[in-house]
Write a protein that binds this ligand. Structure first.
Ligand SMILES: [Zn+2]
Length: 95
């Protein structure tokens, strides 16, 4: 998916702007892997093979996303993901 396309996406829950973290790109500079993060609700939307996963929570399968997050550990820089929310190191979350 192209950078410009991703820039136009907003959070499906609160319409906030999303912050993009790139992990890998293809030769054309399109994003292959990475994630989008909403500063408002803290949700993280992984991008896999260029496709952002932006389903409602109930249609997401954490067990499917966990291996990605494990692989992205060094990019997460100590942050954890809980209930699809990206938490700062030491932050517990509301739930
Ligand atoms: Zn949001």
């Amino acid at each position: 998916m192209k950078r410009e396309t991703i820039d136009k996406l907003c959070c499906p829950f609160d319409r906030s702007d999303l912050e993009l973290t790139r992990i890998t790109e293809d030769l054309d500079g399109k994003i292959d892997e990475g994630w989008l993060h909403c500063d408002q609700c803290k949700r993280i939307y992984p991008i896999v093979k260029g496709i952002p996963i932006m389903n409602p929570d109930e249609y997401r399968e954490f067990s499917l996303e966990q291996p990605l997050l494990d692989r992205w550990q060094k990019h997460l820089q100590g942050r954890r993901v809980k209930d699809f929310r990206l938490l700062d190191a030491g932050e517990e979350g509301d739930t």
